[in-house]
Design a protein around this ligand. Sequence first.
Ligand SMILES: NC(=O)c1ccc[n+]([C@@H]2O[C@H](COP(=O)([O-])OP(=O)(O)OC[C@H]3O[C@@H](n4cnc5c(N)ncnc54)[C@H](OP(=O)(O)O)[C@@H]3O)[C@@H](O)[C@H]2O)c1
Length: 465
Amino acid sequence: MSSCPAESQTSVSISPAARTAARCTAGLPREAAWSQRRIRIGLLGLGNIGQAVARLVASAAGAHAGVHFHIECALVRDPSRARACDRPPCITNNVSAFLHGRYDLVIEAMGGIEPALTIVTQLLERGIPVVTANKTLIATAGQELQALAVARGTTLRYEASAIAGVPFLGTLAARPLVSSIDRFTAVLNGTSNFILTALEEHGGTFAHALALAQQRGLTEPDPARDLDGDDAADKLALLTSVFGWGRVDRASLEGRSLRDVSSRDVRAARALGGALKPVALASRAAGGVEAFIGPTWVPAHTPLAALGGTLNGIELHGRYVGDLFFSGPGAGPDVTAATLLDDAIEAVREGDRSGGSGFDFAQAKKDPPPHPVSQLPSRPREPLRITAPITPWFIRVEFPGVVPTVGVLTDVFGRAGMTIEHVTDAIDGTRYVLAGPARRERMDAAIHDVWRVHRLRCVAFRRLG
Ligand SMILES: NC(=O)c1ccc[n+]([C@@H]2O[C@H](COP(=O)([O-])OP(=O)(O)OC[C@H]3O[C@@H](n4cnc5c(N)ncnc54)[C@H](OP(=O)(O)O)[C@@H]3O)[C@@H](O)[C@H]2O)c1
């Protein structure tokens, strides 16, 4: 019979009582020991994601891996707000009160940079594992936070921050050499993909497709972050950071809004052997990164072209692996919550493997941090420069009156230094042109000339292949 006190068998390992429990369960089969784990969670944010985490914790699935999560406290802006989940024993808007809780792990689902960055930094400094869904935080300070976690012997995990339903970041992190990535092409925003798919399948106006996305709860009340590319840009910056390329200068990233796309464009793209998709592309280049985001023509035979509805996908190119492709649901509260809890389980297991997990605040106050903060790696001073790549183009040409002949179009674009590969028949005052590779500046100059001389209105989308 075990001589362990009953109380200690439900504790976690970092406190003296929990260390005793760990010793007491050491002789049990692994699953039996796991079934006794009770993990105290601090939850930063109780919005869409935080509430889904709380619901999952309260459900049977919350104990699926034999780990019993218990939410001790949630930090919110407005503690009086009704929540669509069980209320944790403590809900506070006081950061110090939250930080005085005793947690084995903290889940960050607040969003934004501050105060999340300051709080997560404090938690990692004290050795508390942190799991986050916050792409902006990881894109901005992921490398520094990761270095801090390593220095403090704890864990930072962020699988839920990009393409939450597709566990690929952890897979790559576990194989850093084999999966060293030098280029990726991705659909990173499910709302944008849904809108382009709706334009193709149902026709109608952009406003109608957007309304459909809103009816299905796929957009924020203000959908600008999805439509104008901010969300995809955050994820692109996160990935360049996670792949070890460095922090990129977001301000220099070329982006085209989805609002420029019509159902006619999407159908013409298909008729020309491709598909218009909301693409984010980044490639390592000498001295920086080549990248852009925006609706882009991709060949129909590529995996990205096959992604419909809200699906996300990422095609990775690495030196040793050639091409890899991951796809699946991009976001949504339930899948994000499940990924956060999977990360939490993984963080606890990592703590077990390294001989300790969790945190005892009272003990930590007695023990100074192992390294002075000044010795931590500082943030790189200069972000990486982003340049836009040279690509071919898919161009909508609208004419108010006389149909411009193929010869005229070839001539006017040719004079602007562009080569023309194909021109479609004219339908309803519109032709589509496939143009050869050029820089964005040359494309813009050509569009300007075509308007100035011939009063032809053009909208150009990048083309991959
Ligand atoms: N929604 C998705 O499908 C999805 C998918 C993947 C990743 N994510 C990421 O998950 C994170 C959370 O997203 P969400 O949709 O859950 O956001 P949300 O609904 O706006 O929830 C944010 C939560 O954080 C709290 N909060 C925000 N600022 C705070 C502050 N200064 N002090 C204290 N509490 C604060 C809010 O408190 P109140 O409730 O009192 O306002 C709210 O509970 C974001 O980083 C997002 O990018 C979301």
